[in-house]
Write a protein that binds this ligand. Structure first.
Ligand SMILES: Nc1ncnc2c1ncn2[C@@H]1O[C@H](COP(=O)(O)OP(=O)(O)O)[C@@H](O)[C@H]1O
Ligand SMILES: O=P(O)(O)OC[C@H](O)CO
Length: 500
């Protein structure tokens, strides 16, 4: 009999991927495509939702074109996505009415300032687990309705639909039949009450968003609909799972027990700790978010969201042009023993957890005549580790749990220098798994649980295996000295763009 697989569509900030997994959770085939980023004004980041859809169709086409796999071998499809990124489209034409406003974009900072001034912060935190920040979808929807001509009238008539990227892709894959999202993605909109598990009227009123635009919220592992055959070379395949990429990575890393955590180093860096059925409120600048809705219940996580991580390495490559490619950053960083006191704070789009300062901007500190590109590259890589330490400290304080190990994944964990420095700075072993595509794997698991491809979480947890563990070796005194320099640097970047 022909072998069956689960297909994951991983729609990330910089690229779309299609990955096929077998029953052991191993990658059988993978295709990837980058798509354009738009920066219309300083601090703004946008995508074209049709280009995103095009990139997904392209990676699917390449998958069946380049590998010896037939669509009928696919038992189910899991979707995972860059979260918060907001698409608003006309349900009659299927066309977006504006570019997708990306999670990193700061164009709604003024709306957020206004909400804060009106005293909404506590209510928002209590209901959604989030802080008021341009990061989340709610203010992005409002911005589109306020700024695109005729949009508000159309929305009021019920002609417009909103979706995060999961919703947009499921809508397209099912030929407009399913307008749905899952609990994890809904929990990132700033419109969803994470305790009652409903869209919240008070929040919708606060942002003047009609409820008719919103998708139906469903569990993360469930059949939402079937693909229209013309996208799948004649096949109707169940779209059977969805989760925001960071929650999917937590699932793919098999962090199923409360207290288990992972950190993903992609464009940004996101640490999530499973807190089980308890939504733990944060007192230290983290978010409370939904980890997943599986097996008839919802579980929660604490999250530290860092906006710029691997993107800082892209800046070294494309902005400063001091490296030709990302892996070269490791080669250069290891040519020097230290940064010689140089710190890079990559607050290009403000600072996320635990600072939440939309007005911070990037800076380089400690330059001397002896500073070389090697120092600068090393300092940039180290900034990923420092930011991670900031969120881990907050997480330990909020949860009362001291981490024994940190599971890591994402594009930048291939960098052995970074992983060793991370372990040294946290004084915690860092575990890199064999399958680094844990985001896609998590989405595959969610879909495969819904179709019966995998039996339960226990079966899935057995697939998880370590590639390499990085053990801490740095002396405590040195570690703390380095970290205190970082704290001084990061504090100096706060409120920068507001004070000009
Ligand atoms: N060897 C490396 N060292 C440091 N950073 C790297 C390395 N390889 C990739 N990266 C960074 O990882 C990111 C890509 O990771 P990925 O998980 O694919 O991101 P995303 O899902 O956010 O698009 C890029 O920002 C890139 O700069
Ligand atoms: O596309 P990634 O992997 O950088 O993830 C983006 C996050 O989901 C934003 O919240």
């Amino acid at each position: 009999m022909t072998e069956k697989y689960i297909l994951s569509i991983d729609q990330g900030t910089t690229s779309s991927r299609a990955i096929l997994f077998n029953k052991n959770g191993e990658i059988v085939a993978m295709t990837q495509r980058e798509f354009p980023q738009y920066y219309p004004k300083p601090g703004w980041v946008e995508h074209n939702a049709n280009e995103i859809w095009g990139s997904v169709l392209a990676v699917l086409g390449e998958l069946f074109g380049n590998y010896n796999v037939e669509p009928k071998q696919i038992e189910g499809i899991g979707i995972t996505n860059q979260r918060e990124t907001t698409v608003v489209w006309d349900k009659n034409t299927g066309l977006p009415i504006y570019n997708a406003i990306v999670w990193q974009s700061r164009q709604t900072a003024a709306i957020c300032d206004d909400l804060k001034a009106k005293g909404y912060e506590q209510m928002v935190r209590e209901k959604t687990g989030l802080v008021i920040d341009a990061y989340f979808s709610g203010t992005k929807i409002k911005w589109i309705l306020d700024n695109v001509e005729g949009a508000r009238e159309k929305a009021k008539k019920g002609d417009l639909l909103f979706g995060t990227i999961d919703t947009w892709l499921i809508w397209k894959l099912t030929g407009g039949k399913a307008h749905v999202t899952d609990y994890t993605n809904a929990s990132r909109t700033m419109l969803f009450n994470i305790h009652t598990l409903e869209w919240d009227d008070e929040l919708l009123q606060m942002l003047d968003i009609p409820k008719s635009m919103l998708p139906e919220v469903r569990p993360s592992s469930e059949i939402y609909g079937m693909t229209v055959p013309y996208h799948f070379f004649g096949e109707e395949i169940p779209v059977a799972g969805a989760a925001g990429d960071q929650q999917a990575a937590l699932f793919g890393q098999a962090c199923f027990e409360a207290g288990m955590a992972k950190n993903t180093y992609g464009t940004g860096c996101f640490m999530l700790m499973n807190t089980g059925e308890k939504a733990v409120p944060s007192k230290h600048g983290l978010l409370t978010t939904i980890a997943w809705g599986v097996d008839g219940k919802v579980e929660y996580a604490l999250e530290g969201s860092i906006f710029v991580a691997g993107a800082a390495v892209q800046w070294l490559r494309d902005g400063l042009r001091v490296v030709d490619n990302a892996p070269q950053s490791e080669e250069l960083a290891t040519k020097v023993d230290s940064t010689d006191g140089v710190y890079v704070v990559p607050a290009f789009t403000g600072l996320g957890a635990p600072y939440w300062d939309m007005d911070a901007r990037g800076a380089i500190f400690g330059l001397t005549r002896g500073t070389t590109r090697e120092h600068l590259v090393r300092a940039t890589l180290e900034s990923l580790a420092y930011q991670t330490r900031d969120v881990l400290s907050a997480m330990e304080a909020d949860s009362g749990i001291t981490l024994n190990t940190l599971r890591v994944d994402g594009g930048a964990v291939k960098n052995n220098f970074l992983m060793q420095f991370q372990s040294d700075l946290l004084a915690v072993p860092v575990e890199r798994p064999v399958v680094n595509e844990t985001t896609a794997l998590g989405a595959a698991y969610l879909a495969g649980l819904a179709t019966g491809f995998w039996k339960d979480k226990e079966e899935i947890a057995k697939n998880w295996a370590i590639d390499k563990t990085f053990e801490p070796v740095l002396a405590e005194e040195k570690r703390e000295e380095l970290y205190s320099g970082w704290k001084r640097a990061v504090n100096s970047t706060m409120h920068w763009s507001k004070n000009q």
